[in-house]
Design a protein around this ligand. Structure first.
Ligand SMILES: CC(C)(COP(=O)(O)OP(=O)(O)OC[C@H]1O[C@@H](n2cnc3c(N)ncnc32)[C@H](O)[C@@H]1OP(=O)(O)O)[C@@H](O)C(=O)NCCC(=O)NCCS
Length: 178
């Protein structure tokens, strides 16, 4: 089993039970919105999510759970659409419960997965996108060293408004091992 150890958290394989917990606990933050809102789905969908993770794992994606050191699953982080020709991928990350956000877990998870992406997988570029109103995710990406590359103006319809999608990326040579 893959386990990447940080200070307060570790990254490890997500089992079906963890997917159920994350599905149940996921809270949508309208102050820091993401797309698409993963709300209104039955917990049964957690099984489909787990199956999809298994199908893509090691091929196109590497998705790991974010666990506190006592083994509680807090969220997940993923290298997605891994492109071995261009040595690039996109990043996705989420901490399920609002109460667990802003406590530094995401930053530690980012450090671990980026280290794995650049050093172990030999990737050269990791990109990530977020919505303009999601200032929390933007702070998180900037803190990890990502740079804003572009804005897709009014790309997403959200809660009665059209909002911009911001595209960030981090290159291997810009990555500073924590
Ligand atoms: C984005 C997310 C993964 C960041 O993880 P996190 O554990 O909350 O972030 P951290 O505690 O490591 O914070 C890193 C920085 O971002 C800021 N930040 C991130 N998310 C924040 C939030 N929701 N509210 C306030 N600040 C936030 C922190 O204040 C911190 O900056 P600082 O040190 O200058 O204060 C998490 O907030 C989350 O799951 N959000 C919902 C899903 C999402 O937006 N995903 C997009 C990923 S591109």
């Amino acid at each position: 089993m893959l386990k990447l150890q940080g200070r307060d958290i570790y990254l490890a394989t997500l089992e079906r039970e963890h997917c159920h917990t994350l599905w149940r606990e996921a809270e949508y933050d309208w102050a820091n919105p993401t797309e698409p809102p993963n709300i209104g789905h039955s917990e049964e969908k957690a099984d489909a999510w787990f199956d999809e993770i298994q199908k893509l794992q090691g091929e196109r994606n590497l998705r790991l759970g974010i666990f506190s050191n006592d083994g509680t699953v807090l969220g997940d982080v993923a290298l997605q659409d891994i492109d071995r020709t261009n040595r690039s991928c996109t990043l996705g990350m989420g901490i399920a419960r609002l109460a667990n956000r802003g406590k530094g877990y995401g930053q530690q998870a980012l450090a671990l997965i980026l280290d794995y992406a650049f050093r172990f997988l030999g990737l050269e570029r990791v990109s990530a996108s977020t919505l303009a109103p999601n200032t929390g995710a933007q702070r998180s990406l900037l803190k990890a060293g990502f740079l804003l590359e572009g804005t897709e103006r009014q790309a997403v319809y959200l809660d009665g408004h059209r909002v911009d999608r911001l595209n960030y990326a981090l290159l291997r040579e810009e990555w500073r091992t924590p």
